[in-house]
Write a protein that binds this ligand. Structure first.
Ligand SMILES: Cc1cc2nc3c(=O)[nH]c(=O)nc-3n(C[C@H](O)[C@H](O)[C@H](O)COP(=O)(O)O)c2cc1C
Length: 317
């Protein structure tokens, strides 16, 4: 498979991004992915600038290859995180952004020679991102783990590809080479995977959470937060069931107040990742969990996914 000029410009062997997952994607995981020829991305989530500086330092100590950072634009620490990224501009190839419009920071990133790739869930947002100067977009379907949009990857990716002239990376529901090849058929130049990397050997996700992903069947994820306006895909566990029951009860009221629910959700991904707590932890993971059956080194994941896709796409015929 010939890499697109954009993917080549990132210095990659494989056109595969590891999603910048909050609490999960640390410097160690990102470095393992980058060392193996994919693009490792550290997830900033709501972490303060100092924690990001530490993870970037770890990644720098483990790899000479390019890596990225995912900036959560709604984070209370976004300004500090941007500052830390700019201070490390020589090592950070790109920034992916979630939860909003990165235009406030775009000029600074561009001047620092850092590419900006917003994650989008609709054609309108993709077009807006192109207009403000994004280098590419990640089009993420609602099959994915974590916070999600409304459209499926299958419907979203080709529509975004047709609507913009910048490269499109597909995300959501891609777990093997078949998914990757399909994304390329839809016009994507690369893929981003989250769920499959949750169970990478180098991922710090708690063994109980990892096991839940590995054991999950096709129908074992659900969406919470839909009524409250911030849908998120998680594996069904006690926390998810409790959350959705409270959410539905609140939604049935004349004047729903979701503040107690927000309280319940606060810190829930951290509790899942660090403690594996199924009662209060949100095991964020995508629909493709049912296909993810073993814990493997990140390098093996990248190799297996790419080789399968390459073969399906005609290989070096
Ligand atoms: C546990 C978890 C946390 C995530 N956190 C973030 C995040 O902080 N920012 C972001 O842009 N995407 C986040 N994502 C989405 C991933 O980066 C990626 O786009 C998505 O997982 C791809 O879909 P898949 O899970 O089907 O592979 C998260 C996903 C998971 C599973």
């Amino acid at each position: 498979m010939e890499l697109s000029p954009f993917m080549k410009s990132l210095g990659l062997k494989y056109p595969i991004f590891q999603g910048g997952m909050a609490w999960v994607a640390d410097g160690k995981l990102a470095a393992a992915v980058s060392n193996a020829g994919g693009l490792g991305i550290i997830g900033a989530g709501n972490a303060p600038g100092s924690a990001m500086a530490e993870e970037i330092k770890i990644a720098k100590s483990l790899t000479d290859r390019p890596f990225g950072v995912n900036v959560m634009l709604l984070s209370p620490h976004v300004e500090e995180v941007v500052k830390v990224i700019l201070e490390n501009k020589d090592n950070i190839t790109l920034v992916t952004t979630g939860a909003g419009n990165p235009s406030t920071y775009l000029k600074q990133f561009k001047e620092a020679n850092i590419k900006v790739i917003p994650v989008v869930g609709s054609v309108a947002l993709a077009k807006m991102m192109e207009r403000v100067g994004a280098d590419a977009v990640v089009a993420e379907g609602m099959e994915s783990g974590g916070h999600i949009g409304r459209l499926t990857t299958m419907a979203l990716v080709p529509q975004v590809v047709d609507a913009v002239n910048i490269p499109v990376i597909a995300a959501g529901g891609i777990g093997d080479g078949r998914g990757m090849a399909a994304a390329f058929m839809l016009g994507a130049q690369g893929v981003q995977m989250g769920t499959r990397f949750l169970v990478a050997e180098e991922s710090k996700v708690h063994p109980v959470y990892k096991k839940a992903v590995l054991k999950a069947k096709d129908i074992d994820t659900m969406v919470t937060g839909d009524f409250a306006g911030h849908p998120s895909r998680v594996i069904k566990n006690k926390m998810a069931r409790n959350y959705i029951n409270l959410e539905k009860a609140e939604a049935a009221k004349d004047n729903p107040d979701y503040s107690a629910l927000e309280e319940l959700g606060n810190g829930s991904l951290r509790r899942a990742v660090q403690d594996g707590d199924a009662k209060t932890g949100a095991y964020m993971a995508g629909e493709i969990s049912g296909l993810v059956k073993k814990e493997q080194p990140a390098a093996e994941i990248l190799h297996d996914v790419y080789e399968q896709a390459d073969k399906l796409m005609g290989g070096d015929k």
